[in-house]
Structures are given as C-alpha cells and as structure tokens.
Design a protein around this ligand. Structure first.
Ligand code: SF4
Length: 734
C-alpha cells in the first residue's frame, strides 16, 4: 500500500491545520524515505508527506511512514527515569536524571569490580541516530570497557556483514536502488519487498514498467513479490546454498563465466570450481526442491545478462548458513562480473532504519568506521584520537547478542543494559530468555516506551526521546546518509539517547578524560575526521548536516575533494567499480561453500516447517506500530497461514484457533487458510509477543551468530475455541 501525491488519504484533511512542514527521514525501515512532518500552530505534529524531490522515495511513503507523526503521542511512552532494587517484588519509583545516572554508573562499576570488566554487557539496536551510535561506542569501548557489547542487528543483518567482509574484505553494500534501472536480470533471495520495503518495491516496479527484465524470486512461500515474478523458485527451507552452488556449477560447466573479471579481480576460483562440481542440477534438485531445468535456465539467464543483480533479506540472513549464503551470492556475482557496475551488484536489503549506522560507527563489532579490534594499528589510531591508553581496548571482538544471553545463564554476565531493543519478543525461545533475564543482578532498559515487554524484568528504566524528537543521521540500504531533523521537542522529561550516553560517560574515570562533543553535529565532525583516508570506502568527510538535508541524502564515500561549493551532493552510488576490494591484495575472495544440513527438519512428531516474516503495517515488536490505530487496525492479532489441504486433513477451519507446538514451547494462534504456503509449512508474522518466538529454535550461524528464525519443525493441535479466543483478545491489547 503506497501513498503518494495523487493517492490522497483521509489523513490529508489535516493539511488544513498545517502551519509549517519540517524535513526529516523515516524512522522505521532502511529504505530511507524523506518525510516532511506537518506542524500545527501549537507545534503539534499533525501530518506527514513524502518529499517529492528526494531521490529515494520521490514523494511516496508506505502506510507506516504516512502515519508516523502519530507516534509522538502514542500510549506507553516513558516520562521520568524509574528505579527499583527488586523486579517482581517492588514497584518502580520515579527519580531524577542525575540520581539515575549516578546509580547506573556506580552499579556498572560495582559489577565490574566484583566480577571483571566483561561481566556487564550492552546490547543496542539499529534504531538510534548515527551520532548516538558513535557516542555509545565511545562510552562502551572507551569508558565502560566491557567487550560484551553488541547490537540487535545480530538478529537481522549480521550475516550480510559477515558475508561482505569474507568476500570483499569489508562491510558495505556495493549497489544502490538505481541499479534497478540498469539491470537485465534480478534474483530476489528470501526478500518480500512489497511487505518489507514497499518503497524499494515501488522503485523496482517503476523500473520494470519502463524496461522489461526477468524477475526471479527464490522463496519457499508464495510471497507478494513471488506473485509478481516471472519465475518463482519455491525452495526447500535452508537449502539456498545448494541452489547457489548449482547455479555456479552450470555457469562454470557451460563456460558462461566472466573469466577476464575473475582473473583480474578475484582469487580462489580453483577451490570454488572443485566445490561446485558436486552440485550438478540433478543432485541439487533432490536437496533444494527446484527442478534441474529451472536451475539451468536461471543460471543461463543470469550469466548471459549484460548486467545481473541479486537482492536478499532475512530469507538468507536468518539461517544456519546465512553468512555462507551471502558469500554464495557475492561469488555468483563475482564469477559473472556483476559487481560495481550499473545493474550488476549484490545488494543486501537492510532491515532497521539505521542498521547501517550501527554497522559503520557503533563499535559493536570493532572500532568506529569499520575498524577492527584485532588490528593493532586500528586500536592505536582510535586510542590516540580519543585520548586514552590503547591497552584499554580488548584485542578481539567479544560476545554477540545471541551469545550474551547464554553467558547470563552461566553466570559469566551479571549486568545488562538494553538500548531500544526488546528481547522478550524478538529473541528465539522466549521461555529461555525469560529465565535468563530473571538471573541478572542489574538490568537497565533505555527506550522511548516504558511498556516494552522486557521492562518487567528491569531494575532501571531510562526514558528516551523518539525518532524526530532528536537530531542526527541515518544511513540507508544503499549507503545514503540522510538527516533526521528535530521536528518536535522530546516528550516530558525524556532525553535524547545522545544526551544520556554523554552524561553517563562522566560517571567513569575515562569519561572525565575523553572529550564528548555536546551536540550531534560535534560528534559528526569527529566521525568525519575518522573517516578520512586514501583507501577508505566509508568516507563521509565531504558531508555536513546542512548539505545532507539540501541534497536529500548523500551516498558514501563522499570525500572532502568531492564537494563543490553550493552544489547539491550526490555521493557515490556504487562500490568496487574499479575492481579493487578492501582485501590486502585488492582482490575479492571466492570461497568454496560445501552445504551441511544442520537444521531442525520436519518429522513424524513435528511434521510442518515453521516460517516467519513481516506484515506491512507493523515494525519489529510493535512497540510503535501496535499503538497506532491507523496501522494496528489492519493487523491487530497474530495469525498463522496454513495450506487448505493440510487444514482439511487435520479438521482445522479458517479463522479457528490452533495450538502450535515445537520442542521449545507452544503458542495459540488463529488460522488463515491460504495457498501462499505449501502443504507442509505454516507462516507466522514475527511481530507479536508470546507467539512465534515461544516456538522458534534459532540455531546460530557459525560466522555471524545470527539465529535461523525461519526454520524449525512444529505440529498443530486443535484447542478449545472459546478459551483460545479469550487468550488472544488479551494478547492483542497492548
Ligand atoms: Fe518508512 Fe520504510 Fe515505509 Fe519508507 S518504506 S515510509 S522508510 S517504513
């Protein structure tokens, strides 16, 4: 559902009240749409509209963007800091900010003195502004000093990061939306753009309407994108790697590869050739469920296209071999010479609005600006820049989010700070997460909303300002840095996350030595300094906040020398156009990827695959969208897609309730009969609390530590309908 200038919606009645429009950037998904928020004469946000001259969305918004102004006054916002010593036994008491931050600083240092520096863990998000990520990284790495610091992007983009690093030597999506205008063949791997990223889908559709090219969708479910595709490949869950290897087998066996590009810009082709020999289409079809002729046709289409591109989202990333899947897509593009040229790329479609910002600047997996803790020269450079002893930094990365929770179980971690993330709904195996959180000596939740499910386990709650109550940048899927302007003041006594981080830093010995800029623009200046360098792709040194707004976003790299006075800046749409990668010898890595099937698969006791994903109206754990009537009314309750033939066999009726059971737990859910899912599969939106993640397994990818949310085995049982209906009604009231 898209709303543009011609597609007027009832909310437009509010135009009459608008006295001023303020520019900002959408705070939901990573598409990065430019938004004008309309303010009435009292400064209240009363409307939103897409920005017509913004290259990303060209005046369009999806349903979440069009109602985004409503979230400032949504229910459940925090107001004052809250504190208590015993969750479950005591109610929270309000306190002032100084007392809250004094207490938090003292508790972190007490835990670290008693149990070691790494016994206090921090998990952040992909929702903060980039300057906030940079400041949190400075606090976490430079002042608190725990190595157990990660972001919830481990649940969504870690496999893409890992795969890009393994193939190209660095993170950073090499392509852009403009590639749709140039490609001659597109494969979408586990990516359902119309529901996940509606405006990127609109860009793709516009390109397809101007110039026809084959759209191939690989997905076990007949998604909306699959319905628009020229070819839908309904793959067996978790077997993408087999299909990729088989496509490469055909391309290499038939001599369709770009040997000149391979020789000039890659290494490892011999190992890949040896590996993919085992994946002839006949063998592969028996594992991945795609017939041999289709495999051959797709391989030929892709290799013979003048420019071919692959996009992917969670269908690849959230898998036990997510990182390998990304490397496989990169290799497919490398052997066909499809990296860094218009229409030829491997483009991960990112999830959260600023998942890219955290990857670039938060220091979660290393140090700012894609620097690595493992490299002594990087530790030295940042220690000198921040003015601290380089020995303060760990020499390798610590635990990821998915390994931090098990470390709480074993008593290795005693304290946890969660920033804008809600593991009670987002992590696999809810029952295990609940028990884990109960073990903590000290849990701090920092969030715009006090009623996130995880708060019930907390000792402290810090109320943060939300989205355009703050100022700073987001980076979108195509490396475009755009600006979020402060549109309204922070609600009540809430504070921007930026302020919370810099004020907390003062409670630590290093925080009194290190300079923390007073404004997000000051932090941006530091980031610019750190981004400079001959070989750096992540160079933002030519950008300023004002230039970013004027240009409606700028794609990095954008160097000081790139800037012309008074010009609107475009930035660089593609990486690696010169065939030089961020590896020591400048060549991309081709890596052999043998398939190991370690998934939980359906059997006699649990005969259905369970798959999960998004609906267009909701974002993540519904912290925001679940409270906006104009969104929630379209999808108020959890449901499960089930094939009518399977339902008939079990005697399950449309819109009846069933109990879904896995080896981890159970969930009661309403059935929606549809042929979008095959007979042996069910699909559930992941947004709802006490639903899909009560059942999910979430085995971890060995490289990225990202969970395989989308693949586990379940059975379906009938339940008392009245009881289930009452339970569901309770669950959907926020
Ligand atoms: Fe916001 Fe994403 Fe919708 Fe654009 S597509 S309006 S960025 S939620």
């Amino acid at each position: 559902m898209l709303f543009g200038r011609k597609d007027r919606n009832p909310i437009r009645i509010a135009d009459k009240q608008v006295k001023e429009w303020k520019y900002t950037t959408c705070g939901y998904c990573s598409t990065g749409c430019s938004i004008n928020v309309g303010l009435d004469e009292d400064g209240n946000a009363v409307a939103t509209q897409g920005v017509a001259d913004a290259d990303v969305n060209r005046g369009k918004l999806c349903i979440k963007g069009i109602f985004e102004h409503e979230l400032f006054k949504a229910a459940g916002r925090g107001d004052n800091p809250l504190i208590r010593s015993k969750p479950y036994e005591e109610d929270f008491k309000e306190t002032d900010w100084d007392s809250a931050l004094d207490h938090m600083g003292a508790e972190i240092q007490r835990i670290q003195q008693e149990h070691g520096k790494d016994s206090f863990a921090i998990i952040s998000t992909g929702q903060l502004l980039t300057e906030e990520f940079y400041t949190l990284g400075k606090l976490a790495r430079g002042c608190i000093g725990s190595n157990n610091y990660d972001g919830n992007t481990t649940l969504c983009m870690a496999s893409a990061v890992s795969g890009y690093k393994r193939s190209f030597g660095s993170d950073g999506p090499p392509g852009c939306y403009d590639d749709f205008e140039h490609t001659e063949c597109l494969i979408a791997w586990g990516s359902n753009l119309p529901e996940q990223h509606p405006i990127i889908y609109w860009r793709l559709k516009e390109a397809l309407e101007k110039r026809k090219f084959p759209l191939i969708v690989v997905d076990p479910r007949v998604t909306m994108l699959a319905q628009f595709a020229d070819m839908h490949l309904p793959i067996t869950p978790g077997t993408d790697l087999v299909l990729m290897n088989s496509l490469m087998h055909v391309i290499l066996a038939e001599g369709l590869e770009d040997r000149e590009y391979i020789n000039a810009h890659t290494k490892g082709i011999e190992e890949v050739e040896a590996c993919v020999k085992d994946y002839d289409p006949i063998t592969a079809s028996k594992i991945c469920g795609i017939d041999e002729d289709t495999i051959r046709n797709v391989a030929r289409l892709y290799a013979k296209a003048g420019a071919a591109m692959s996009i992917w989202t969670m269908g690849i990333n959230q898998s036990t071999h997510g990182s390998d899947g990304v490397v496989g897509i990169n290799s497919l593009n490398l052997i066909t010479g499809n990296i860094g040229k218009p229409g030829g790329t491997s483009l991960s479609i990112t999830g959260q609005c600023n998942a890219m910002g955290t990857r670039e600047w938060s220091s979660c997996s290393g140090l700012p600006g894609y620097r690595a803790l493992e490299k002594p020269e990087h530790r030295k450079e940042i220690a000198e820049f921040w003015g601290i002893d380089e020995e303060f930094f760990p020499k390798k990365r610590g635990l990821t989010e998915t390994d931090i929770f098990p470390a709480i179980e074993t008593g290795q971690i005693k304290g946890l700070w969660l920033v804008a993330t809600n593991p009670m709904t987002s992590m696999p195996n809810t029952a295990r997460i609940r028990k884990t959180l109960e073990k903590l000596d000290f849990l701090v939740i920092q969030d715009a909303y006090a009623d996130v499910e995880t708060t019930q386990y907390a000792h402290m709650f810090l109320p943060a300002a939300v989205w355009a109550e703050k100022e700073g940048c987001f980076t979108n899927t195509e490396r475009r840095v755009n600006i979020v302007r402060q549109v309204v003041k922070p609600k009540g006594n809430t504070k921007p996350d930026f302020w919370i981080f810099k004020e907390l830093a003062k409670r630590f010995p290093n925080g009194q030595k290190i300079h923390f800029p007073e404004t997000p623009e000051g932090a941006f200046e530091e980031m610019k300094q750190l981004s400079k360098g001959d070989k750096r792709t992540l160079d933002i040194s030519g950008m300023t906040h004002d230039l970013i707004e004027k240009s409606r976003g700028i794609q990095w790299p954008y160097r000081e020398d790139d800037h012309q006075d008074d010009a609107v800046a475009k930035g660089n749409p593609r990486l690696y156009s010169d065939g030089v990668f961020q590896t020591p010898d400048g060549k991309a890595n081709l890596i052999p990827l043998p398939f190991i099937n370690n998934n939980e698969v359906p059997d006699d006791d649990y005969p259905f695959w369970m798959n999960s994903g998004r609906v267009v109206e909701h974002f993540h754990t519904r912290t925001r969208t679940g409270k906006l009537g104009n969104l929630n009314k379209f999808s108020p309750t959890p449901y499960m897609e089930m094939n009518p033939d399977a339902a008939r066999e079990l005697g399950v009726a449309h819109q009846s309730y069933v109990r879904l059971v896995s080896r981890r737990g159970d969930a009661v859910v309403m059935v929606q009969l549809t042929q979008r899912v095959p007979r042996n599969m069910v699909f559930i939106p992941f947004h709802f609390h006490d639903c899909v993640n009560r059942v999910s397994l979430g085995l971890l990818d060995p490289h990225s530590r990202q969970p395989a949310f989308k693949q586990c085995a379940v059975r379906i049982e009938k339940v008392d309908q009245q009881l289930a209906g009452e339970l569901n009604a309770e669950r959907r009231t926020y």
